[in-house]
Design a protein around this ligand. Structure first.
Ligand SMILES: [Fe+2]
Ligand SMILES: [Fe+2]
Length: 185
């Protein structure tokens, strides 16, 4: 596999995933009552839209055209998880989704040492994803008073299973490509 083609594919994959994330969180924000959670969710979907633009800029700086990818992990995940039915489930689905994104970017950051523009973009995005994880975790903790610890934990578990199923379905190609990068980087 050509190294440049791999980078192009991976960045296109991230770019598409961020678009799906922005759309999903945007829809959730629109369905919410005004308040701090809606406010934070709005910041989050704006961030995800920016992330997709950052990947677009990064591809441009590498003189690469984005590839149009049909499948995104997010699409499968949301299908597998089903629509959340209350605010606690919304936060749980967001939490699991954000954990996956964070792990994926952190893994890439750890094993790949070039090109520099990709690492800079990853650092910027990871910094913002940390905030996403943080506010959602706190909001979920606050929900324990209303729903009970067990209910919150079992909901997270349920969405983690959906995440695992979806991830296995779509990421064969991602794994192949990132492993190739590990060998060649
Ligand atoms: Fe993002
Ligand atoms: Fe995020």
């Amino acid at each position: 596999m050509n190294i440049n083609e791999n980078i192009r594919w991976l960045l296109s994959f991230y770019r598409t995933s961020e678009i799906s994330g922005a759309l999903f969180f945007g829809q959730l924000a629109r369905s919410m009552k005004p308040g701090i959670i809606q406010h934070n969710m709005t910041q989050q979907f704006a961030d995800e839209a920016q992330h997709s633009r950052y990947w677009g800029n990064c591809l441009k700086q590498l003189n690469m055209q984005p590839i149009k990818l049909e499948r995104s992990y997010q699409d499968y995940y949301l299908k597998a998880a089903g629509l959340p039915s209350n605010l606690m489930e919304v936060l749980a689905i967001t939490h699991v989704f954000e954990l996956r994104v964070f792990e994926q970017y952190s893994h890439h950051r750890k094993i790949i040492t070039q090109p520099k523009i990709v690492l800079q973009t990853l650092d910027t995005i990871i910094g913002e994803e940390v905030w996403h994880l943080k506010w959602v975790r706190k909001a979920l903790k606050d929900m324990e008073a209303e729903y009970g610890v067990n209910e919150v934990q079992s909901t997270i578990k349920r969405f983690m299973q959906a995440d695992k199923d979806a991830y296995l379905k779509v990421t064969d190609e991602y794994q192949d490509r990132i492993e190739t990068m590990m060998v060649t980087a």
